[in-house]
Design a protein around this ligand. Structure first.
Ligand code: PEP
Ligand code: MN
Length: 335
């Protein structure tokens, strides 16, 4: 629910409105919509206060909202959020490409991949240090050592880095090394992790759960914003359907649908969406055509030797071709 204030609403009147809302166990979110100051009311069933607030001095109008989320909603916050990480501006108009291996495997591998993707126009480096693997016998990542190697490769190439955090206890450690924290598909509804990344200051890359509806995805982002962190980038990475030809099914419609409902930037992950190298570039083009604010793709100098997700990793030449096909090819612009 949103209360639109009169232009001459006094500080005293505003304080009375806020006190009433908070006394009812709800939260306030003060913002501006089209030049008008508003008080957003967030929490369980805020509509019950509509009539009382509408009658208070200083209030011009109260609008109820039927959406279950508020802080992420475009109605609530019509100005689009731009998430800045180094030179990358998610939602800033030009698509941002994050690239790198599925997992950090060695110093040589991550340094080499970082150079390859930086030279070909990526603005951020990815690489998993804590890997959420389906099988406990698969490579689990290098952990804290992987974080250090990733951060070093980022510094060597001038690229900010993003890596996944799988456990709330590791949020501080990961935030020390990474410029952006990824919450992966398998953890999209790990509510203690969502709250933990909401309490820290690094931007968050939130991936859609493979079984999550768009509403559940937006509610997961709402947890992070509600925790105090407004810097969230959403990532459509494919959902699980009856189709087995591809690893997942890229929900292209989710991209424009999300952009109609939320002010948060939306990117796509064509690598995990299909799991097949030859399909990554067409899906990357489709996501950009559908309005994505960027992409996150897996690149490996020698995919046949990759310890995870080799079949979907782009080779260096493929990555250059992808960048050219989405109109971002050519030499790296000067900082
Ligand atoms: C990843 O990006 O490495 C990853 C595991 O992705 P997802 O959580 O989308 O499966
Ligand atoms: Mn992967």
């Amino acid at each position: 629910m949103i209360a639109f204030l009169n232009a001459d609403c006094t500080l005293r009147q505003k304080a009375d409105i806020v006190t009433l809302i908070e006394r009812e166990g709800l939260r306030v979110h003060v913002d501006r919509i089209e030049g008008t100051e508003i008080i957003g009311v967030v929490g369980k069933d805020p509509g019950r206060l509509a009539a009382v607030i509408a009658a208070m001095p200083g209030v011009r109008e109260v609008r109820r909202m039927s959406l279950p989320y508020a802080l992420v909603s475009l109605d609530y916050h019509p100005e689009r959020t731009v998430v800045k990480v180094g030179r990358a501006r998610f939602g800033g108009g030009k698509p941002v490409v994050i690239a790198g291996p599925c997992a950090v495997e060695s110093e040589a591998q991550i340094q080499r991949t970082a150079r390859i993707v930086a030279e070909r126009g990526a603005l951020m480096l990815r690489g998993g240090a804590f890997k959420p693997r389906t099988s406990p016998y698969s490579f689990q990542g290098l952990g804290a050592e992987g974080l250090r190697l990733l951060a070093d490769a980022g510094k060597a190439t001038g690229l900010p880095v993003v890596t996944e955090v799988v456990d709330s206890d590791d949020v501080g450690l990961v935030a020390e090394h990474a410029d952006m924290l990824q919450v992966g598909a398998r953890n999209m509804q790990n509510f203690s992790l969502l709250r933990a990344v909401g309490r820290q200051a690094r931007p968050v890359l939130l991936k859609r759960g493979m079984m999550a509806t768009i509403e559940e995805f937006l509610l997961a982002a709402e947890y992070v914003l509600e925790g105090g962190n407004p810097l969230v980038v959403l990532c459509e990475r494919g959902i699980r359907t009856f189709e087995r030809a591809t690893r997942n099914t890229l929900d292209i419609a989710a991209i424009p649908y999300l952009k109609e409902r939320t002010h948060l930037p939306v990117i796509a992950d064509p690598s995990h969406a299909c799991g097949v190298r030859s399909l990554v570039i067409p899906l990357a083009r489709a996501a950009i055509a559908a309005g994505a604010d960027g992409l996150i793709v897996e690149v490996h100098p020698r995919p046949e030797e990759a310890l995870s997700d080799g079949p979907q990793a782009l080779r260096p030449d493929d990555f250059a071709r992808m960048m050219a096909e989405i109109g971002l090819g050519g030499p790296r612009p000067e900082a």
